[in-house]
Design a protein. Structure first.
Length: 107
């Protein structure tokens, strides 16, 4: 069963290729629908922080212990948060549950 998004994209593609214009039958009656990319563009960005691509070359070699890589796992409906730290050489993992993503100290 195709999703409604796939159906909309297919109808727009038909119109773009000038095969048939079915947009008059769509619920929104708009000639073209564009997805909002605003939320995706901001996702995972930290202000004034260096990019992962700018880290020193020695860290990418994974020759020394103590170079940790952190990540945040956010649960369904933003109800739970787990912060992870993984050592790049030994793969030692540290996990800490937080009540929400605003209170990063966990206290």
């Amino acid at each position: 069963m195709p999703s409604y998004e796939w159906i909309y994209l297919y109808i727009y593609d038909l119109k773009k290729r000038q095969v048939i214009d079915l947009t008059v039958h769509l619920r929104s009656q708009k000639p073209y629908r564009k997805r909002s990319l605003k939320a995706q563009a901001r996702r995972g960005r930290m202000l004034n922080k260096p990019s992962i691509h700018e880290r020193p070359a020695i860290i990418n070699k994974r020759e020394r212990t103590g170079d940790f890589e952190g990540d945040t796992i956010i649960g369904k409906d933003h109800k739970g948060v787990v912060v992870t730290n993984v050592c790049r050489k030994s793969l030692f993992v540290q996990l800490k549950a937080l009540p929400n993503k605003k209170n990063r100290s966990g206290d």
